[in-house]
Every structure is written in structure tokens, then in C-alpha cells.
Design a protein around this ligand. Structure first.
Ligand code: ADP
Length: 306
């Protein structure tokens, strides 16, 4: 079953900005899914609609088969959200923040207390239970937000930039916690700017650009495309179309250059042999560094150029 299914989701804000232009997205139950996109791509809009903080213009969303419009209570029960901004009462003891949150989901205090203790221990906040939230560091506040989102034991946890502004040590312990949570059955969707984070944690990845999903693939496939090297080849003869090569895909850049994506294991000679056969004279060649980050930017650029 899909934990999340989004079909043709459109959101146009009152000011006329269409932030989501027909999003289709499926996340399987048990997945650890990364949603990547530059600022303004539409990630927060999507998450806000999913969590009923914002109304959609059109389209459909279902969470574990429950329709967002017709079965909103079940959707809310299934979902835990960790938003980017801290939005708790900073004067309240953190144990109370958790227990009160459980109350919104109909969980009584007797049940909520042990659960809150357990979560605070698991997230390394056990010693801080009675402190007010304002006494916590940024990393601790972030962990408190996660604990709060888990109080009603949601089957799907959505984290919006969970480690933004969190130092490296805390980030790693959070990653470990989230991995354990996912291994124990919770489906997790996160947005992140840290590609390393997506690479470390997530099995599948969606890339959003300007309100559209431009990539929806497994992390494994995305990373295996890094086993390829990309070159820009410059030619003396003008090209009206990218040369058709048997060894690698090509794409026209302009009249005198094209882009080729070559398996790293393949000797460059094979490329030149094919080009010679096609009577294409090479005058220059540039390598394009192809780390994940660059790949991500390339996809976005390629999409916005269309
Ligand atoms: P992201 O989370 O990927 O940074 P957002 O969902 O915040 O992207 O924004 C997507 C687009 O919608 C942007 O162009 C942004 O300016 C616009 N937008 C976001 N919130 C509002 C709003 N409340 N009113 C009008 N436009 C908005």
C-alpha cells in the first residue's frame, strides 16, 4: 500500500502564484523518501497541504488509502509533522509540551506520560524533562519537535528540513534515530538541502522544481548515474542534431558542441573512434564534474530550460 499518494495536485495562492503545477507522487509504506528542491520549488506548499495547514486548489491526496478531503481525521491520525519553524510554547516544561500534544489526539495523560518519557530518553532529552523549552539548545529544540510529532505514533512522519542549523554531531545522532524509527516500520518523508542527508538516509528520492516533480527515482539509480562521466565535446563541423552514438547518450548544446554521458569504465578512445567514423572533428573537450549536488542542479537547469 502507498503511505502517500498525490495526484495532479495544484495550488494557486491568492496572489496568483501557482506553487504546485500538477504534482504526482507515490511513497510506499515503509519507505524513507527524500523530497529535494531549491528554495521556492514548492516543497513547503506540498507539505502544508498534506498536513491540512493549507487548502489545495485541485487534485487528490491520500494517506494510507484515506482521502484527505473525505477522511481527514484518519489522515491526521496517520501523520506526524516536524515543521521547519519551532512552534511550541517556550515557557512550558517540555514534558508538558508532549503530553498536551497527545491530548489533541485524544490520548489521556496517564498514557501520554510514559510515552513522553520514553521519547525524551530515546532522543537524548531525558535529563531535560522538566526544563522549559527556552532552556534548550537549537539541536535539542529540533529533537523536541520530533518527539512531539511522534506522540500519537503516526505511521507517516514528515520532516521539513530536520537538520537545518543542527551541528554535525547532533545531525548524525538524529540520522541514527530516524533510521531506527524507519526500520521499526514508520514511513518517513523528509525535505532537505543536505544531499548527503538524502544519500545517507533515503531509499527513494523526488526532485521538485518550480512546482513540478522532475525526478522520481531510487537513490541507488540516482547514485549509479554518478558512475558516468559527462563531457562537453566541441566540434569543427556544425551540428544540426546530437550525434547518434552506440556507446553513450548525447545531447546537443549548440551548433558546435554536444554533451555526452560516458560510463567511467569505458576508454575514451571508443568515443573518438565513433566520432571519427561519423566524420566529426573534435576541437575541444571539457569534463563536467558530476557529483550528486551537481547532478541535482543539472536536472533543475535542464527542466527549466525546456
Ligand atoms: P519551498 O518550500 O520549496 O522553498 P514554497 O512551497 O515555500 O517552496 O514556495 C513555492 C512558491 O510559492 C514560491 O514561489 C513562493 O514564493 C510561493 N509562496 C509560498 N507561500 C506563499 C503564500 N503564502 N502566498 C503566495 N505565494 C506563496
Amino acid at each position: 500500500m502507498n503511505a502517500l499518494s498525490v495526484k495532479q495536485l495544484v495550488k494557486t495562492y491568492k496572489n496568483g502564484v501557482t506553487a504546485l503545477k500538477g504534482i504526482d507522487l507515490d511513497v510506499e509504506e515503509g519507505d524513507f523518501y527524500a523530497l529535494l528542491g531549491a528554495n521556492g520549488a514548492g516543497k513547503s506548499t506540498l507539505i502544508s497541504i498534506l498536513c491540512s495547514l493549507l487548502n489545495k486548489t485541485s487534485g487528490q491526496i491520500s494517506v494510507f488509502g484515506h482521502d484527505l478531503d473525505n477522511d481527514n481525521t484518519r489522515v491526521k491520525q496517520s501523520l506526524g509533522l516536524v515543521p521547519q519553524e519551532f512552534n511550541f510554547n517556550i515557557f512550558e516544561p517540555i514534558i508538558e509540551i508532549l503530553v498536551n500534544q497527545a491530548g489533541f489526539y485524544g490520548i489521556n495523560r496517564a498514557t501520554a506520560f510514559p510515552r513522553a518519557h520514553e521519547l525524551l530518553e530515546a532522543l537524548g532529552l531525558g535529563a531535560k524533562k522538566q526544563d522549559s523549552a527556552r532552556q534548550l539548545s537549537g539541536g535539542m529544540k529540533r529533537r523536541l519537535m520530533i518527539a512531539r510529532a511522534l506522540m500519537h505514533q503516526p505511521k507517516l512522519l514528515v520532516l521539513d528540513e530536520p537538520t537545518a542549523g543542527v551541528d554535525i554531531e547532533i545531525r548524525h545522532s538524529l540520522w541514527q534515530y530516524l533510521t531506527e524509527l524507519n526500520n521499526s516500520g514508520t514511513t518517513i518523508i523528509l525535505t532537505t538541502h543536505y544531499l548527503e542527508e538524502a544519500e545517507q538516509l533515503c531509499r527513494n528520492i523526488g526532485i521538485i522544481s518550480e512546482g513540478k516533480v522532475i525526478e522520481n527515482t531510487s537513490m541507488k539509480d540516482l547514485l549509479s548515474s554518478l558512475k558516468k562521466e559527462c563531457f562537453i565535446i566541441e566540434t569543427s563541423n556544425p551540428l544540426s542534431a546530437p550525434p547518434s552514438l552506440s556507446i553513450a547518450p548525447t545531447k546537443l548544446v549548440d551548433e558546435h558542441s554536444f554533451y555526452v554521458e560516458l560510463e567511467k569504465s569505458r576508454p575514451l578512445n571508443t568515443l573518438f573512434e565513433e566520432l571519427s567514423k561519423l566524420q566529426i572533428e573534435v576541437t575541444g573537450m571539457r569534463s563536467k564534474n558530476n557529483r550528486l549536488e551537481e547532478l541535482f542542479i543539472n536536472r533543475i537547469n535542464a527542466d527549466s530550460a525546456q
